[in-house]
Design a protein. Sequence first.
Length: 251
Amino acid sequence: MRRNHTVGVLAAGAMLALRVAGAQTPANDPSARLQEVLPSDVAAHVLATIAAARSQDLPAQALANRALKFATKGVNPKDIEQSIDQQFARMSAARDTLVSARGGKKPSGDEVDAAADALRKGADGSQVSALAKSAPSGRSLVVPLYVLGSLLDRGLPSDAALQKVKDRLEARASDADLEQLPAQAAVGQDHKPTETGRALAETKHPGSAAGAANAGGRSAGGPPAGVPANGGRGVNPGSSHKPATPPGKKP
């Protein structure tokens, strides 16, 4: 109830700020674009959630790009609203977990985003914490966390996925070596060797087909990860139009 009230208050402020500064906002800013592609009530809620994330030093830009990515693919606006709320909560939990696991050290926005993605795909807080604790001091957790999420996305049991990543970290494997794990785990399964590269590309340029193609070698015409190729029709991210996902994975 308290958070809903806060979001409601921030919504009015977010809409007013955008009206005042609209002419000064870059044309490619996702927050500005959201007003054009979402119904006004949903846009206000999403923008308020983004503002709340920014006020809490969470990766707000990743939330904005996530919302825009789904909107431009025709996902149902109310499902976008719910997805952004859930991702906001995962980011908050991920940040707290990483801070605790690394002795109070503040994680980067990309690390928080990667940890939230791993939680979305079925990892739990204890596994994210264990991975953070096992990493060498000073090492970025962005790639290890995205690889963990990719392994879970392929249906690997969470404990096995975590152990594979931890073993590579203990062996001081490079990020490039780590990125090979999902492809190796896919032997005998449907190969998706570029998934981690796509996720990393979206960390910097979420929703950018060109960025995803450059990072992973896939066609720029394909949909972003997690969004069905539906020709622009409104769909529920959890509907039968998308492939079955492992337990715990959310849009």
